[in-house]
Write a protein that binds this ligand. Sequence first.
Ligand SMILES: NC(=O)c1ccc[n+]([C@@H]2O[C@H](COP(=O)([O-])OP(=O)(O)OC[C@H]3O[C@@H](n4cnc5c(N)ncnc54)[C@H](OP(=O)(O)O)[C@@H]3O)[C@@H](O)[C@H]2O)c1
Length: 293
Amino acid sequence: MASPPRVCGLLVASGVVAFFFLIRRRRRDDGISPRARVVAIIGDPVGVTRTSLVFPRYTPKAVLIPLDVPASKLATTLRGLFGARNFDGLVVTKPHKENVVALCDRLSSVARSVGAVNCVRRCRDGLLYGANFDGAGFVEGLRKRYPAFLDAPRTCLLVGAGGAARAIARELVATGHRVRVTNRTLARATDLAAAIPGVEVATTLEPGYDLVVQCTSLGHSPDDPLPIDPSILVPPTLCAEIIMNPPQTRFLEAARNRGCRCHAGRHMLDAQLQLLATFLATTDDHVFNRLFT
Ligand SMILES: NC(=O)c1ccc[n+]([C@@H]2O[C@H](COP(=O)([O-])OP(=O)(O)OC[C@H]3O[C@@H](n4cnc5c(N)ncnc54)[C@H](OP(=O)(O)O)[C@@H]3O)[C@@H](O)[C@H]2O)c1
């Protein structure tokens, strides 16, 4: 059996080792590794997006920094960021999605047809590649919550004709659904329908849609008006929102009060973060070409 002074010595020694272990661990947890890969999210204002809070779940090895970038500094910011060797790419939010198109050397087929980019990465040859996952995120988010819903061809109404509506329209048409669009500014709805074969402008609004997607920017404030007459929201219509903040918008409230099934905006973002993370992190050309060109 060990003598009492020996036991004391062992206890003190293990205490010292544990102390240094904890200090090292704390230092590691508190700081950013000097070998960290870095990605950024840019917007104006960037503070309204949830992406920087949720993204680290998908890219534990990369550090994501939110950057508030005015339109006048967009090009210089991009050039500066991609000058750093450990900078892997950007998530792009409002109002830069359209303007980033001209700053990319290559575009995915979706980004080209939507005319907007929500993610940029550097390719092996140093060129900047822009993609758009808004539509894929929406459809994937819907599929996760209602797995059977998109198995049959559906008749969908998109309310709004901005960048997000364009991306969603393209993806719904590409996955076999019929899409109509309505918008405050008719010319924008007509442009969307002309740009994406298979989309029509809704001339009258009546109940009977399988899916109604609220794609305008109305709903961030509780004082915002409803984007459409809620009388067209009648079960079994599935009513989807793309605004994430607040989680419950007036559109969703109206749909729920009328007995419709509701799908919140966060599902679109949650589903596309996995795609964004893979797009930014993959170094395998085969995976990249299969998933993203
Ligand atoms: N959940 C997600 O992952 C996700 C992804 C992307 C975007 N979003 C959200 O989707 C919203 C739209 O984004 P976006 O990029 O498509 O924006 P955008 O290109 O600026 O389009 C805005 C749309 O809202 C309509 N609109 C704005 N104010 C209106 C009003 N007072 N009355 C009626 N319609 C009005 C516009 O109609 P006009 O053409 O008549 O101006 C247009 O159709 C944003 O709020 C964004 O936060 C969410």
